[in-house]
Design a protein around this ligand. Structure first.
Ligand SMILES: Nc1ncnc2c1ncn2[C@@H]1O[C@H](COP(=O)(O)OP(=O)(O)OP(=O)(O)O)[C@@H](O)[C@H]1O
Ligand SMILES: [Mg+2]
Length: 352
């Protein structure tokens, strides 16, 4: 079975999509087969990977007749069609043969309410019994088709029923954070929401109707891998590095004193030994990045990770090029170390 990792924070703009793409690429460079699942109706990941400039360009994967995106993949279950769910025909990723994409679809948002009802009624309505296990089923059969090791799930910034389902059917989750007040607040709200979602999934796992369904609700106990903290500002302002440090300290406090205890009480943490084995102290991030600066625009333009730009893609010469490459290599080292930690932690679970 492929290992499913979701990237979740209901706070928007914290680098969930960017991290999914860059970390996924690094895992793929290390020989892992990676499936990116774009589960955000905004479809930013799909746009980033495939370089779509407008909705017209999406027509090819939306109107081809075969199953080529997340919504069409789920349609048999959500639209009560007699046909079974089939694996998605994924998009290959130029320059990275080990990585594939399940494209997003704006229409996924239309399934939010139905799934919410299905999850609340917890099996009592026959027509909705297949829904809670359907997304996980779609991912796993698609992963089998492409011989995938890791499924990385990019989520929308919301606390809706789709995210509840995605997170609770993931083996592991990462929580991306930005260095601001909202991310500090998010440690508090996640500490309250995640235990509720866990309690729901425990209940769902014990409902006979959901287990007998065509797509049984999987018995998964998601574990927290860690946070990913990005030091950047969306607004154009020069933030003194001291301000970033203060926010990081506050986030770490929030994670240590609010989030971790809540996750611990809900059995959503790995053992202390697991985190210790990769050198993460309680509350500290699995990955901390500074601002990508000019690299992010080049990365998006060329559809390659921030650490994978060629000299000609960078388009500079001499000392300027050397400086950019130095910064790029710094990000390469950081993503490489983070990918190693992810591999180690997810295997630690296997061997314990
Ligand atoms: N380390 C970074 N340095 C500079 N810019 C970054 C960095 N990480 C992400 N960004 C930029 O910040 C913006 C938000 O990032 P991204 O879209 O990955 O966040 P998100 O959490 O997926 O957002 P949403 O909640 O809307 O899905 C993007 O424009 C992205 O290019
Ligand atoms: Mg996003």
């Amino acid at each position: 079975m492929a290992i499913q990792i979701s990237l979740f924070n209901h706070k928007g703009g914290v680098s969930k999509t960017t991290t999914a793409f860059n970390l996924g690429w690094m895992l793929a460079e290390k020989g892992k087969r990676v499936l990116l699942a774009d589960c955000d109706p905004q479809c930013n990941l799909t746009g980033m990977v495939l370089g779509y400039k407008g909705t017209e360009d999406l027509a090819r994967i939306y109107e081809s007749g075969s199953v080529r995106n997340i919504r069409d993949g789920l349609a048999p279950a959500f639209e009560s069609r007699p046909a079974p769910i089939e694996p998605v025909d994924c998009e290959p990723i130029a320059g990275q043969p080990n990585m594939f994409l399940i494209p997003g679809h704006i229409g996924l948002a239309e399934y939010e309410v139905t799934l919410g009802i299905a999850q609340e009624l917890a099996g009592s309505l026959v027509t909705l019994q297949n829904l809670p296990g359907s997304i996980s089923h779609l991912f796993q059969i698609t992963a089998t088709k492409y011989n995938i090791d890791y499924i990385l799930v990019d989520m929308s910034p919301s606390l809706g029923s789709i995210n509840q389902n995605l997170l609770m059917t993931s083996d592991f989750f990462l929580v991306p954070m930005a260095t601001d007040y909202f991310s500090v607040m998010a440690t508090v709200s996640l500490a309250s929401v995640l235990p509720k979602w866990k309690a729901w999934s425990q209940k769902a796992q014990n409902i006979a109707e959901l287990q007998r369904a065509t797509y049984p609700f999987p018995k998964i106990n998601p574990k927290f891998l860690g946070t990913v903290i990005q030091k950047y500002r969306l607004r154009k302002e020069n933030t003194p590095s001291g301000a970033f440090q203060e926010w990081i300290a506050e986030i770490e406090e929030g994670v240590k004193n609010k989030l971790i205890p809540a996750l611990s009480a809900s059995d959503m943490l790995m053992s202390h030994g697991a985190y210790k084995s990769i050198g993460i102290e309680i509350g500290k991030p699995l990955l901390q990045m500074s601002d990508f600066n000019g690299l992010i625009a080049l990365s998006q333009k060329h559809k390659v990770p921030v650490f994978g730009l060629s000299d000609s893609q960078i388009g500079q010469t001499g000392v300027v090029l050397e400086r950019t490459k130095k910064s790029m290599n710094k990000f390469r080292d950081l993503f490489s170390a983070a990918a190693d930690k992810v591999i180690q932690l997810t295997n630690y679970a296997d061997s314990n």
